[in-house]
Design a protein around this ligand. Sequence first.
Ligand SMILES: Cc1cc2nc3c(=O)[nH]c(=O)nc-3n(C[C@H](O)[C@H](O)[C@H](O)COP(=O)(O)OP(=O)(O)OC[C@H]3O[C@@H](n4cnc5c(N)ncnc54)[C@H](O)[C@@H]3O)c2cc1C
Length: 505
Amino acid sequence: MATAVTTPKLTTTFIYKRLPISLPISSHFLSLPKTLASPSLSYVQSHHHHRQHHQRRHFSVRAESENGAETARQYDFDLFTIGAGSGGVRASRFASNFGASVAVCELPFSTISSETTGGVGGTCVLRGCVPKKLMVYASKFSHEFDESNGFGWKYEVEPQHDWSTLIANKNAELQRLTGIYKNILKNANVTLLEGRGKIVDPHTVDVDGKLYTARHILISVGGRPFIPDIPGSEHAIDSDAALDLPSKPKKIAIIGGGYIALEFAGIFNGLTSDVHVFIRQKKVLRGFDEEIRDFVAEQMSVRGIEFHTEESPEAILKSADGSLSLKTNKGTVEGFSHIMFATGRRPNTKNLGLEKVGVKMSKNGAIQVDEYSCTSVPSIWAVGDVTDRINLTPVALMEGGALAKTLFQDEPTKPDYSRAVPSAVFCQPPIGQVGLSEEQAIQEYGDIDVFTANFRPLKATLSGLPDRVFMKLIVCAKTNKVLGLHMCGEDAPEIVQVSTSIKML
Ligand SMILES: Cc1cc2nc3c(=O)[nH]c(=O)nc-3n(C[C@H](O)[C@H](O)[C@H](O)COP(=O)(O)OP(=O)(O)OC[C@H]3O[C@@H](n4cnc5c(N)ncnc54)[C@H](O)[C@@H]3O)c2cc1C
């Protein structure tokens, strides 16, 4: 661990360590574990798709023969997309721009998703990236108020937060965004149908009882939060509900140590709830760089979040006064107004007719696809979270765009995962990272150089708060190429995003 630089400094002291460990250079450069599927910074990132000349597959919508032995079948649409989230909207819009006739069906709007509710825009826009980030902005003010005193700001009374204003303004913004997404589809000449899509046969989709045929069907139904079945789980909330609570939690238990759990812990802590995080393992953020994992937990604890490590929930009990207790393998913590599960998401593949038509799924219900996003049924394709590859918005967008090219531009295109996907965790302080962790870099490259800095930012000198910043750069000792960049501290996501415009290996 790098030595702490406690005095105010304008320049950063980099601690340098060389790790002369020679291990076999093994797998692929971007062997990001699933836990790295964290909020990405790469909205503005463009992905290059290389033509696969050597293994060219032909997919065309104009393949109808006029007088051949096979009579060309007429379809209502060239492409029928089920689910208008990030991946579905991107694929539909691009396909239509390439000349295909396209329809997309989506469930009616609601802030909470279910088998019967959703909304154009999908998880990222309505129940993920966007509302979450708005809540993060709301929550950051309390820290800023604390910081401001040292800079001379005085408040006659403590600033008060009005929960209902925040939720009303956030929901108005979601309405505006879902409207924008509907317009995007309309302007691209995509037919939007409201209703639940279900596959009837390899070329037919049922939308609430009406049948539509299509040459190709795209499944982009995403996933939904999953609450484990423990006694009392009906009293728990998930991330959908946590983004739309009628009142601020007084004391909340958040179960899970992944990025969503930490982001919500920061949100509720900033909005002055009493926050307890329960994690099954010793550390938060499995798969992230070890030093980052330690640093972020330490900084979040300093801000008042209580971590309960190696504690698994066993039951939720509701007492007569309505408060909740969480029973774990280590004991019972009482007095919660809310208990939130952030322990994972499941693909929305139930009751979709997939088993009947022979679309293969893995154990967790994710649709299995080949490198072109084709399922085991040649006319049925799948992109985004439903395939459980890298569950991030920019990745769903990339997969959707690649599929439209494959199907309708006569250009078979594989989604390109070969470049490091930069990602951020919008906890407080936030994390920005790209490339390999130190542990992965050692595994893959053996000899690496690691530069770290752990310092007190200038702002903290006057604010008097115990905020710190941690940075880490991992370099291949042999080639001097940057393998990984990790940062936790104010503006880390933005800083890492800018840095990644410098081409990595
Ligand atoms: C709390 C949270 C925060 C997140 N933050 C980030 C972030 O900061 N950055 C990031 O990159 N990613 C983030 N993600 C992940 C991101 O939201 C997803 O990776 C992305 O939305 C996946 O897009 P998709 O198209 O696969 O699915 P979705 O966006 O989920 O879209 C699927 C759509 O299909 C609809 N649907 C489902 N079943 C049917 C049916 N039978 N018929 C018709 N429609 C149907 C659903 O209603 C939904 O609108 C976050 C997720 C969550 C939950």
